[in-house]
Design a binder for this molecule. Structure first.
Ligand code: PGA
Length: 254
């Protein structure tokens, strides 16, 4: 982490949770965290629970996020949820391009770029998820893939749009597998992304938070967060247990 960028840690609950479970989890997180946070902690809950989690978060500096958003503003799009609706329920952040959306729901770079723009239009901060598959890594294409994913957004919205965004590097082979990227491996990708953006705008690149996701746990979090270009984490499985998530937040200096 660099002292010049505020730390950012989010829990991505995915399609998990319940009214009772969420209440217990958020209550335990509130009790375990300091009242004044040094950076940002975001909980990305499933859509139906956004209102509940927003209520649970009152009196806490933790903020609310969502896991996906429609590329469209409104209209005949059955089953979709717009950025304005997320903002209505108090969301500040939304994940776009999570690898599960890319892989299981066919979301390609152009759609992810549109979602990124839809989020910004409604005042939400998009969390742009990027990452290579195992075969892409083995073929030596990691940098090419993540740069391509980022450039799709740059081409549509320009570098200024990154001022209000977060980048989450999540190698697909590390998500939910227990196989975490080595800290130096992740750092190299984060540095590449920052340098690519610096070629467009130095100040925006220097201020952008680039977080790592993929099997982050309490024991591997400190060495990841020690890297100069890793500004926090996007946590899946370990965000569902208060003790585990709190330990990761502590490793991120909260
Ligand atoms: P994981 O998930 O921490 O369970 O690997 C990360 C993510 O999908 O954001």
């Amino acid at each position: 982490m660099s002292p010049s960028r505020p730390t950012w840690v989010a829990g991505n609950w995915k399609m998990q949770g319940s009214l009772a479970g969420n209440a217990a989890l958020v209550t335990a997180l509130k009790a375990g965290l300091p009242k004044a946070l040094k950076g940002e902690i975001v909980l990305c809950a499933p859509y139906p629970y956004l209102e509940q989690v927003a209520r649970l978060l009152s009196g806490s500096e933790m903020t609310l996020g969502a896991q996906d958003v429609s590329a469209h503003a409104a209209g005949a799009f059955t089953g979709e949820v717009s950025a304005a609706m997320l903002a209505d329920f108090g969301c500040r952040y939304v994940l776009v391009g999570h690898s599960e959306r890319r892989q299981l729901h066919g979301e390609a770079d152009p759609m992810v770029a549109e979602k990124f723009g839809a989020a910004l239009q409604s005042g939400l901060r998009p969390v742009l998820c990027l990452g290579e598959t195992l075969s892409e890594r083995e073929a030596g294409q990691t940098e090419k893939v993540v740069i391509r994913q980022m450039e799709a957004v740059l081409a549509l919205h320009g570098v200024a749009a990154f001022q209000n965004a977060i980048l989450a590097y999540e190698p697909v082979w590390a998500i939910g597998t227990g196989r975490v990227a080595a800290p130096e491996e992740a750092e190299a990708v984060h540095r590449t992304l920052r340098e690519r953006l610096a070629a467009e705008d130095n100040a925006i690149a220097a201020g952008l938070r680039i977080v790592y996701g993929g099997s982050v746990k309490a024991d591997n979090a400190p060495s990841l967060f020690n890297q100069p270009n890793i500004d926090g984490g996007l946590i899946g499985g370990a965000s569902l247990k208060a003790e585990d998530f709190l330990a990761i937040c502590r490793a991120a200096n909260f």
